[in-house]
Design a protein. Sequence first.
Lengths: 345, 912
Amino acid sequence: MISFQQVINFREILLCSTLSERAVKIEFQQYPGPHLQTMLKLLQLIQTGCKIDVNTKGIIYIPGIITNQDGMLQTYNCGVERSISYYLEILLILSLFGKAPLNIELNGITNDQTDQSVDSIINAYIPLIKKFCPEWDVSLKVTRRGFLAGTGTIILHSKPIKQIQATTIIERGPICKIRGVCSGSKVAPNLLNRVVSQCRNVFNDYIPDVWIHTDLQKSQKGIEFQNGYAVSLIAESTNGLFISCDCEYSNDLNNPEKVGETAALRLLDEIKNCGCFDTTQQQFALLMMAISQRKVSQIKLGRISTHTIETLRIIRSIFGVTFNIEDSVFSCIGCGLMNLSRQTQ
Amino acid sequence: MSDSEEEQVKQAPIIKPHQKQQKDFYAEQLQANEEAESQAPLLVVVQGPKGSGKTTLIKSLVKHYTGQKIKKLVGPVTVRSNKQHRVTFIECPSDINAMSDLSKVADLALILIDASIGFEMETFEYLSLLNNHGFPNVMGVLTHIDFFKDNKQLRKTRKKYKKRFEYETGGNYKLFYLQALKNEYYLKQDIHNLARFISIIKIAPVRWKTEHPFILADRYEQGKDNTTTFYGYVRGCTYRLNDRIHFVGQGDYYIESFEEVLDPVEIITTQKKHRSLKDTEKLVYAPMSSVGALTIDATAGYITIPQPIFTEKNKFVNNEEQDDEDIEEQEQEQELPEGVRMVRELQQLTEGIDKQLEEEEDAQLLEGFELEEDQPIKKKNNLQQIQQQRELVRLKNRVNIKIENGTVMPISDTLLATDLHELIYQNKNGINEFDSVRYIPKVQDRDSYREIKELFVTGFYGQNDVVDLENLEKQIEVEEQEQEQEEEQEKKDNNQKDDNQKQKENQQERQQLVNELTNSNLGLYKKGIYVKIVIKDFSSSIKDDYPMILARSEVGEDNLGFIKIRIKKHRWHSNILKSNDPIIISLGWRRFQTIPIYCVQDPNDRLRFIKYTPEYDYCYAIFYGNFAPQGTGLVCTQSLSNKLSKFRIAATGVVLEMNHQFDVMKKLKLVGEPFKVIKNTAFIKGMFNSSLEVAKFQGGLIKTVSGLRGHIKKPSKLGPDGSFRATFEDKIQMSDLVFCRTWVRMHIERFYRLITSNVKLMKTMWELRQEKQIPLEFKPESTYQDQERVPVKFAPLRIPNNLQQNLPFESKEKVKSLSFRERLRQQVEKNLPVKSNMTDKEKEVYSLIQRLNTIKNEKEKKREEKDIHKQKIKEAQFKGQKQHLEEGKRKYKQQKQKDKFIKQVKKQQQQQ
């Protein structure tokens, strides 16, 4: 059993532990909150033989095998503490190593200020994983938007794979497209158009190929929507890499023009400072490298987030993979993780 | 067309999907192997039954390669076969454990067959072990050929054995013939041929080994503080340092230290004109067997024995020429290389080396090797140099790194590896503050991003833009020109560089990357590196002649859970296997005893329990054991005894799936009988014991023997407890039995016992019965018995009058059935005397005939009686004769016995 002290990001530890099927003991710096239970219940839902002992000070987690309830459609409520993408980020990686395809409907928040939006997951996070496993069959659809009150719904279908491939991604290439989704609920339709036009205004200096969709949540009977709007922007490079950034309506950013401009500038900042993957997504790329087949993988990154550093430490203590870092190129030999729960005939 | 197509289909060899996978895998691996710069020594396992000449073969091969004679062979022997190539020989004991372990690690298996005996059980066992643990290269060696004096017979047997060997291995594997012994070694020419084949062989990659690094320990040392040190080459694939190691056949242990040490049999990299090895370069490394009398030092003990140089200096000197020789010797000694001189000094030692070393602070021994063998020291220096260089780089490039806003931002554009590396892996303080991966960039002015305009594709890109037609045409022209130019350039490039060259360059680049990673102290050890492993608290005892295999415990593979395998009883094993009977399984690196249950898969994917494995077919087995990747082969045995009374391999299989629970079902038929039937409803008792049980089965499907289907409705208060009301599709008979078909989940035992040197095994049912003299259980109910069937008497069919009148003519009774009164009248009428219409004359004739018949009948009666009487007399006579004869015989026998007795008595009297 591997023990961790003073833990804040328990999620990565649980993810690595489940992948490697090694038991872990976690001691919190402080109790994370009710989303811990939501997370653990979700993990229990998709596994068999998983044992969890939890209290306010820590967790003892013995992972089982990811069966995904034999591919049956599950419905799970993610609550309002954290957004859906908080759970999706690890659920997508876990679903790669399952026995049956994962079919799940998640209810909760689709866009909020603490986590990346579901649109960024669809447009940047899934392509990132696909870079490492091209044969992966996945579909993720947003059926309903939800701001803060947690009325959103997404449906995920994901098929398991055999093994992750070693990949070398060093050149990003120039940015050739900018896409985006501007979503809102219970606001005037005009508002979203104003956000989009302000984004365009910023990008006009750089590139003409800008296309931002608007997605306004229509009112439905029996559901009370919270009002809000957000924009998620994706920059695509010629080498097929995606850089994402999000911006939401908040107290500081209280008019559509401000939201639009901030979003566009944040994307420019990311393009300027990040390498092949954006700062939010980078640690997942590193994790995929660490669990890939026994060959050399390389990626080039720009600035490193503190969260990534913690993740790298977790990767080392669970998988034993240490990265070699030279000129912001991260390289390693994967640990050759196999999908042990896969069914064969 | 269709016919020819069909023929083609018939002729085409059936390639199973896993075979194709394996083929692809081979192609991939062969390419990968060529990339790999360094190779571990070729591991040659020499296997054969007792007395087939394994030790002699290894000794002969070692003598061929190095000119050295091994006195006593223990453990692996590594020799340098040429400058780039090393070979390790290991002898395989005929123990089933050692055989299965060595079949997992072998690169090449030399299978020895005693020609005077023929194929023996061990050979077949070993071949099927190899088959299931991934088939490496195999070479057959036929020994004891001198047994055949007749040339023709020899030729015939050779042919026969060759055919059989090819059949068993299923490929074009060579069978060598070793002629007679000469001075306890095989003939030079034979060994030369064999050695040549060994050194040019291309290793068939085995999937298990390419994913699981291991170390076959050359030697071990047991230290004072409960530590044990093992030395050996890293084999299989790149070893990633881990905290635990699995000692095959002993258990898991924590690693105290793991480090690279000097390679005893180094690859010679210096390029020289001569391809063959010099005498000094010929090496044998066999630390556990007795080759010469050289010592082993703390870090890198090995033996270099160019034979003539190391002889004791006074050995060949005759007394007469002593003086002259002495002078010459002294002169020579000065010219001799320092290593040799030192060895000679060592030979003359009277004190122990330990004491000498204690006196001298610097170990002189190491320096001694420096002159003779440059490489090891160089390598050690290299390691140190790399470390020093790394530190230097760190010091030079130390740049401050800001930790700000949740990110680490380097000040300079190029981010410095060393510092970031240090920050990530050496600092242990948590620097993260919030559990979210999302990074929100701090936005600056809009104008400050102008500089990144070059990061965009500006101008013509994408099809959404509206472009003027004229511009478009021009642009297309320009593009075409560019394309032409590019094509021309490509052609030029192609001429300059061949594809092969490009590939080579690519390979070199990749190799460089791997080298960089392995050299940068990230805990990676390449294949072929000689390492030293220290294990603490190694409790179990080591047998020297058993292979010591230390395997890395892989992620996820040291977990326990249920494994589903496809299994087939081995066709040579004498009996079928029973569910819930313990069995020993060799899977992955581990061997363990476990309790499997066998099952088959029904068409609706249900796993149905079966009591025994089928005799000639595949079935599934589920047991509790160590996880191993899907597709890993496994071998089952029932005992570990080395008595070769029967074929020891009980079954073979392949891992299919792993899970923490499996639903294996067993059919259970509940039987009840009706006690009241009202039309389609029936009340049934005896199926359940309480109304609670009934409640659980409400709505369940039931069936009578004759096939009437129905449902369980509700528990009823009539009848005994547990009876219920049921409805059927038709009225059932009171005599019918009612079935409810159910499935019960089988319990799979969580029993797992790793096979170590001193393990106590669980006994099988058969062994227990033998030991405690318990006979097989006999259930009289289960045997087949003759059934007495009473023919059923059916009441006549009666149709009510009312109904009959309304029936259509077709269904009406055509012959009128009579009522009771009518039938009675008919009977009375039948019995009434019939009035005769005969005339008087006719009456007379009739009476006469009657009388004549009476007389005739009387006569025949008398004759019959007479016949019976006669027959009785005959039988009595026959019986009497028989009795008489038997009496005579009996008397004769009695007489004979009497005579015998009298004779004996007389004899005894005479003796007395």
